[in-house]
Each structure stands twice: as C-alpha cells, then as structure tokens.
Design a protein around this ligand. Structure first.
Ligand code: ZN
Length: 273
C-alpha cells in the first residue's frame, strides 16, 4: 500500500478544477510525493516556470502526458515528428521519469489497422532517436482495445513490449491498470518488462457499469480491479516508481472539491492499493 509520498498525482484527475500551479500546491498540502502533468497544463503555466515550481515543491515527476498521436495526419508528418520532439524537450526540462505515449488510432476514414500500427512504430523510432540524445525515456502506454480506433492502436503490454524489443534501449511501457487489468497475459508481460522497461504505473479503478468509454474511471477501491495484486506484480518486476493516480471522471471526481479528491486518493492509497 503506497503512502502519500509514494503516490503521484496525474493532473488529469483534477483537470476541470485546478491549474498545474494549484496541483503542485495541492500535492504539497496532502503530502503527495509526485506529479505527472499533462502538456496543456504545462503550456498554460510555462514549462520553465513549472519546472521551477515542481523542483521547489520537492515533487518527483512520474511522467509527462503525453506524446504520440502519430496517425493524426495519416502518414507520419514533420508536424507530428516535431511536436513529439518538443514533448521530449519538455519532459527533459521538468525531469520527467518518462514521456508517456498515447500512440494514435486509425487515421480518419481508414480501416487499415496494420498500416496505422506501422506508422506508429515509425513515429516511435523517430522520437526515440531524439529522446535518447536528450536522456528521456519513452513509455508506450497500451490503451484498452475499445480505444483502438480513435486513440491508440497499441492495446496490450505484449504488443508494446514487442515494439520495444524491435526498437532497442530507451523505450518501455507505461502500465495503466485501467487499460490492461483484464489481460490474462498481464503478469507475464509485466515481468517481461522488468525494471528497465516498466517505466510508469498508473492506477484508478474499473467501474461496473462503466457509463462513458472515456470519462467514467473510478477511484481506487470503487471498482473491480485487484490493485494490490497488480501492484505486487509491478514490484516483482522491479518497478520502484510512484503509483500515479489518473482518473478521468466527468460524472464524479471532476465535480468535487479537489482537496476532497486528493484526501481520498491518499486514504485509498493507504487502504486499497
Ligand atoms: Zn494512464
């Protein structure tokens, strides 16, 4: 069970209520040890300013969300390559443990899933070259298959690690319990990743029923994922990073007082994770 100082706040969890500056202050108030900003919040505050504030607050940065989206314009364009390079620079500037990649789904109007996956791999190779030089780790986040069309066509840990095998060092996976909890291969693939490639551990819960495909994720303990079991696999794999709490919740947690959200995160961290 992670104590508050082993928890990281992904800013998506309170994205409707707080700016990045408010998230940093909130983490300090609640004794939370880390933060994982989304780029929109980072840009709003200014990367240099944010880096300074995060350091001053003594927070670890468990990741920067997110790069990727390689299929946004069909083929891999210079615009997409450049945006990912900027994301790498931002991750370096804030000292992020990794740059989290949501790789993109099918191009608009396309049915070519294999083609999309090829574009993604080409894009990841391009970003990885740049990231290695910058000393930034690239973390592929496999998304639940229900997002294969519109968000990410990398959908399992095994698929992500096969890409990592082909691309070599400096790339690994961001393992998000919400996306992979159902996978019968999960434990085996987490162990396969090992400490070198298991770069992030994202947590929330799977609600039954799930009322919205994107924005109805649950607070840890409110759903059906055996988080302590999965966390034990991450530990067994050698992962020593923070438990990053990432909850998209339009119907519930985004409507609450963010201090209540953070207090609940700390309490659930100590009891159900
Ligand atoms: Zn995630």
């Amino acid at each position: 069970m992670p104590t508050a100082d082993r928890i990281s706040l992904n800013t998506a969890t309170v994205r409707e209520q707080w700016s990045l500056a408010e998230c940093i202050e909130g983490c300090q108030r609640h004794g939370i040890g880390g933060i994982a900003p989304w780029r929109d919040k980072l840009h709003e505050m200014g990367t240099a300013q944010a880096a300074k504030a995060i350091r001053a607050a003594g927070l670890e940065v468990s990741g920067l969300c997110r790069g990727g989206w390689y299929t946004a314009e069909g083929a891999l364009t210079q615009g997409v390559r450049d945006d990912n390079r900027r994301a790498v620079d931002e991750a370096a500037e804030i000292g992020a443990a990794c740059l989290v990649m949501v790789v993109g789904g099918l191009a608009e109007g396309s049915r070519d899933l294999a083609g999309a996956r090829a574009v993604v791999e080409e894009g990841l190779a391009d970003t990885l070259d740049y990231a290695r030089a910058a000393g930034v780790k690239v973390a592929i986040e496999p998304l639940h298959p229900m997002y294969a069309a519109d968000r990410a066509c990398v959908n399992t840990m095994g698929q992500a690690l096969d890409i990592c095998d082909r691309l070599g060092h400096g790339i690994g996976v961001a393992c998000d319990a919400y996306h992979v909890w159902w996978d019968p291969e999960l434990k085996r693939q987490m162990l396969r990743a090992g400490p070198e490639r298991l770069l992030a551990w994202h947590i929330c819960d799977w609600l039954v029923p799930t009322r919205d495909l994107l924005t109805d994720r649950g607070m840890m303990g409110d759903g059906v994922i055996d988080l302590p079991l999965l966390a034990s696999w991450a530990a067994e794999a050698g992962f020593e990073g923070l438990h990053e709490v990432e909850i998209f919740s339009a119907l519930d947690w985004w409507t609450r007082d963010p201090d209540e959200v953070l207090a609940t995160i700390v309490e659930r961290g100590a009891t159900v994770c």
